[in-house]
Design a protein around this ligand. Structure first.
Ligand code: ZN
Length: 99
């Protein structure tokens, strides 16, 4: 799945996807709600499947309503990782099926 396709997925679920500034090196990605807008900032220095995994993880935080739910950080991170795994696997399958 290419970045443009991930951007479309984000748009479809109401998330604004933005690259972090290049001088920020220690953050892979972050999901935030800013002034009512669901946003994901990702590190553009990540490549390929790594970039997809990080963005999918952050989509998971939004889709699973983690920004507004009372859950432990551990549960939120595990749930987002599971979401990202399924999302990434399905993306790879779709890529294979389309080839
Ligand atoms: Zn997370």
């Amino acid at each position: 799945m290419r970045l443009e396709q991930i951007e479309k997925v984000c748009t479809d679920v109401g998330i604004i996807l933005e690259a972090l500034p290049e001088n920020i090196k220690n953050i892979e990605g972050i999901a935030v709600n800013y002034k009512g807008e669901n946003m994901i900032f990702y590190n553009p220095q990540l490549e390929g499947i790594q970039q997809l995994r990080v963005i999918a993880h952050e989509i998971g935080h939004h889709v699973l309503k983690h920004l507004t739910q009372e859950k432990s950080d551990t549960v939120r991170e595990i749930e987002a990782d599971i979401f990202a795994s399924v999302f990434t696997a399905m993306s790879l399958f779709a890529k294979t099926a389309a080839a």
